[in-house]
Design a protein around this ligand. Structure first.
Ligand code: ADP
Ligand code: MG
Length: 353
């Protein structure tokens, strides 16, 4: 056969293909928007979605806001206020976002409105992007902070729409995302609403147990025990080159368990991650105390030296790898096991130490 001609794709097509990388489903949009709110130093983040997020997503925060003359830049491609150049990336990024592509790509596949007022600005302003078409900046009355609204997600990408599951499934994903940020940031009041009904609202009082109460309810919150572990190599342990600097958080009584692993939340250096090593180490610590196919609730924060874990370079990548995986695994197991032992919830099987 004749070799086909090779042609450059038009800009719209490139934009939509790229969007698929970031915007997989409503929950991935919610994740990007909540991260932006946290990066903006918000103390309140209110998320509300319609029909699992397929019909509408709104995230409102009380963060630093976006000045009127920056609104266009905020929705432009590769535009970010978070890093200046590649050296910044090498130094390590403290913010959750840095690629400057989230608002741009969401705008390519939906009707996106960003409305904002920095706390010291007299008036607010908004900008709308519809299927990649950027509108004019208009004045808008709004409280201090930023509100981002996403309507008709994927309306111009019919192929993508087919991949969306039932509303309930999409909402489950949204709930998982918002929950994970609520638990990671107990000092921020995070709320979630679905079709006008409140799913949960944390107080933002800095107390992890209170956040667990808001998210998982009283039975779970009351069964949680504290985990606090640091390496035992003398004073100033956190200044040594120990591969794990701290393991902290809450784990549930072995009888407060569910038939899914979804309630094992793990964070590395403050970022929500899925790491099978961390889950397995947690489960190992329970020994034989869990009923078959039952999994506990856990909210565990692991701190490792920044260079020992590969950074979240891909927007959808949650699975992390550790340079020192066996050490991380044993630190987590030790941390959870000590907590359970202290509460007499497991029996010591072998001399520890
Ligand atoms: P990134 O987060 O990677 O910088 P985004 O496309 O998510 O890229 O956002 C682009 C820019 O818009 C951000 O760098 C920030 O300056 C601004 N921005 C987005 N959301 C908010 C928000 N909720 N509050 C304040 N500024 C925001
Ligand atoms: Mg972002």
């Amino acid at each position: 056969m004749e070799p086909p001609d090779i042609e450059r794709l038009d800009e719209r097509t490139v934009q939509r293909i790229a969007a698929g990388e970031v915007v997989e489903r409503p929950a991935s949009v919610v994740k990007e928007l909540v991260e932006n709110s946290l990066d903006a130093g918000a103390s309140r983040v209110a998320v509300s979605v319609e029909s699992g997020g397929t019909e509408g997503i709104r995230v409102r925060d009380d963060g630093v806001g976006i000045p009127e003359d920056q609104l266009e830049a905020a929705v432009a491609e590769h535009a970010t206020s978070k890093i200046g150049d590649i050296e910044d990336l090498d130094r390590g990024v403290a913010t959750l976002g840095f690629r400057g592509e989230a608002l741009y790509t969401v705008g390519a596949v939906s009707r996106l409105t960003v409305r904002s007022r920095p706390p010291d600005a007299e008036a607010g302003a908004e900008i709308t992007v519809e299927g990649g078409e950027v509108g004019e900046v208009r004045p808008a009355g709004c409280p201090a902070g930023t509100t981002v609204e996403v309507d008709d997600l994927f309306y111009n990408t019919p192929a993508r729409e087919k991949f969306l599951k039932r509303t309930a499934t999409e909402f489950d994903h949204v709930n998982t995302v918002v929950t994970s940020y609520a638990l990671a940031n107990p000092d921020v009041a995070v709320s979630l609403e679905h079709d006008g009904r409140e799913t949960f609202a944390t107080e933002g009082n800095g107390d992890l147990r209170s956040a667990v109460l808001a998210v998982y309810g009283r039975e779970v919150a009351e069964s949680m025990i504290d985990v606090e572990w640091t390496p035992e190599d003398g004073p100033g342990g956190e200044e040594t080159d120990a591969p794990v600097r701290r393991v902290s958080g809450l784990v549930s009584h072995p009888e407060t368990a569910r038939s899914t692993r979804d309630y094992l939340s793990t964070y590395v250096n403050g970022r929500y991650v899925t790491a099978s090593a961390l889950r397995e180490a947690t489960l190992d610590a329970y020994g034989g105390q869990l009923a078959p196919d039952r999994y506990p609730f856990a909210v565990l924060f692991v701190e490792v030296p920044a260079g020992d874990v590969d950074v979240n370079v891909h927007p959808r990548k949650l699975e992390v790898r550790f340079d020192e995986e066996p050490a991380v695994r044993s630190a987590v197991e030790d941390a959870v096991e000590s907590a359970l032992l202290d509460h007499g919830l497991i029996r010591s099987t072998a001399p520890r130490g």
